[in-house]
Design a protein around this ligand. Structure first.
Ligand SMILES: NC(=O)C1=CN([C@@H]2O[C@H](COP(=O)(O)OP(=O)(O)OC[C@H]3O[C@@H](n4cnc5c(N)ncnc54)[C@H](O)[C@@H]3O)[C@@H](O)[C@H]2O)C=CC1
Ligand SMILES: C[N+](C)(C)CCCC(=O)O
Length: 507
């Protein structure tokens, strides 16, 4: 009922995989697997945001095994199809997503809390990803290598088998497409586990793949937290793990993969630098800084949260950034003009607020935001909203500058020279992204070449064309998603050596 205390999405097991506190008995599985169910969930959300949308039992060892076995059967069929045949099915999946963009974006907004405006962009990136890899599927090829005496060798690019995808909660649908796109194009099957905080939209993706014509079981979804993830990673029939999430979990995944000699892709956290030189186009630099910090309530791994500003323009830049940040429309994410929705859950909101409190204690100045936002709409008053925050007077050794906050908190740091800023920008355990704003093209390329980060932007930030590889250096992980590069991580190379003469034996 309106006004009742809001609850986070309740799942029968906690995100860490430990059993849930005793509560009402679990409901039978009620996945939002058809449009009809979807509308039911939607209407619940509209009247009571923050309330339970559905209850999903965690997949245990048995369900994980069933999912892997069914993916294995589908793999036999899919991997034997030609690239062009796979291309057609994937194009159909992309077409369905494009056609149902509005419905899926709405579902994603409900799933995650991000604005519908942004969710639409996520869905566009998702179908573009499938379309891109559909295109590549038909052109996957090996090499032909001439050897002496007419002998020759050739290489075949072969799929790995059943791949596992484990996703974070910030881009649920998009992460699933970034993983399944290249995986399926290469002829693999995939079992995907979304974050227990955002379990819904990936189920729709599985339905779409089926509607598009993939063999049944080729893309399976299992639900749950750490325990379910572990069953997946330790399953002997799983050939590869692609993980998006935090550094501590990434380490555990790598350990499990090591025990089974399984390749892994790790897309982990970041604390990326954005460098604004005084010769930059100020209007674009300010827009870039906002793009680098406030998409999806700041819950973006590659955000440029350390904004280094050349001292000459510090005041002008800061004033403008603060002015624009204060204008960001926060509130009901389903409203057309909302640009910042709700954070993922109460504990995360508290954590973000904790970082801001600590920043103040350590001497940073809150230039705007950082407090809770209470929408006028009574039904939303207990939602997990906060005002986007800009911190001034920051120093490199402050916690807010060193640790990933994963919320709408920008730290502004002045600098004086190029050499100094490059050194400070690289002084982090992370290396996911980095950006530079300047009109000097030599300086722009020199600085990005010196940045120890996998994804660098010049005069923009957080755009994500699917054609470009994405992934981290250092503790931000390894392996790449998007672009041709991802093919390397979802296929293996077989070399065939062909003798055209006689065997010259040494014996
Ligand atoms: N580099 C990238 O592309 C991205 C990185 N991230 C990072 O993810 C973090 C936030 O996402 P969270 O969902 O909170 O991360 P998380 O690491 O807590 O969870 C990620 C996924 O791993 C699963 N998981 C947890 N413990 C596991 C275990 N022991 N074995 C197998 N699976 C397990 C979770 O259920 C979830 O599906 C941030 O640090 C952020 O930087 C988020 C999005 C993109
Ligand atoms: C789409 N983009 C570039 C804003 C973010 C993608 C990485 C992530 O999943 O956090």
């Amino acid at each position: 009922a309106p006004g009742a205390p809001l609850q986070p999405l309740r799942l029968p097991c906690s995100p860490s995989g430990s059993p849930a506190a005793p509560g009402p008995p679990l409901q039978p599985l009620r996945l939002p697997s058809s449009s009809r169910d979807f509308h039911l969930i939607y209407s619940l959300f509209k009247t009571c945001p923050g309330r339970v949308l559905c209850k999903l039992p965690c997949s245990g060892e048995k369900e994980v095994d069933l999912a892997v076995q069914s993916a294995k059967s589908a793999f036999k069929i899919w991997s034997q199809m030609s690239g062009m045949e796979r291309c057609r099915v994937m194009l159909e999946a992309a077409r369905i997503i494009r056609e149902q963009r509005e419905e899926i974006a709405t579902m994603e907004t409900i799933n995650n809390g991000k604005s519908i405006f942004e969710a639409r962009v996520d869905i566009d990136i998702s179908w573009q990803c499938l379309e891109y890899y559909a295109g590549l599927a038909g052109s996957l090829a090996g090499e032909h290598i001439q050897l002496p005496g007419g002998s020759f060798g050739y290489t075949r690019r072969e799929p790995l088998g059943v791949c596992v995808g484990i996703g974070a909660w910030n881009y649920p649908f998009q992460i699933a497409c970034w993983k399944s796109g290249p995986a399926l194009a290469c002829g693999n099957a995939m079992v995907f586990k979304p974050s227990p905080f955002t379990p819904i939209s990936v189920v729709r993706l599985a339905e779409i793949f089926t509607e598009a014509g993939v063999p049944k079981g080729l893309f399976n979804v299992v639900q749950g937290g750490a325990a379910t993830g572990q069953f997946l990673c330790q399953h002997p029939d799983v050939a590869k793990i692609s993980f998006t999430g935090s550094v501590p979990t990434g380490m555990k995944i790598m350990e499990m993969a090591a025990k089974g000699i399984k390749p892994v892709t790790l897309e982990l956290g970041g604390k990326s630098p954005l460098i604004i030189f005084s010769d930059a186009d100020l209007e674009n630099a300010v827009k870039g800084a906002l793009m680098a910090n406030f998409l999806t309530q700041g819950e973006v791994c590659c955000n440029g949260t350390r904004v280094f500003v050349e001292r000459k323009i510090l005041d002008t830049f800061t004033k403008e950034v603060v002015k624009r940040t204060q204008k960001i429309k926060i509130g009901d994410p389903l409203l057309e003009d909302t640009r910042m929705g709700a954070l993922i859950n109460r504990p995360h909101l508290n954590r973000v607020q904790g970082f801001i409190k600590q920043a103040k204690e350590q001497g940073a100045e809150v230039l705007c935001g950082g407090d809770l936002y209470v929408p006028d709409d009574q039904k939303l008053k207990n939602g997990y909203y906060m005002r986007p925050c800009v911190l001034g007077n920051c120093k490199d050794d402050m916690t807010c500058v060193k640790e990933e906050i994963f919320g709408p908190v920008m730290a502004i740091l002045p600098f004086d020279t190029e050499e100094e800023v490059v050194e400070r920008a690289n002084a982090t355990k992370f290396g996911l992204a980095g950006g530079v704003f300047t009109r000097d093209i030599q300086k722009a390329h020199r600085v990005v070449a010196a940045l120890k980060a996998g994804m660098c932007f010049i005069n923009n930030y957080n755009v994500s064309p699917v054609e470009l590889p994405f992934g981290g250096y250092k503790s931000s992980g390894f392996g790449r998603e998007n672009g041709r590069a991802a093919i390397e991580y979802y296929s293996q190379l077989k070399t065939v050596c062909v003798e055209m003469g006689d065997v010259e034996s040494v014996f």
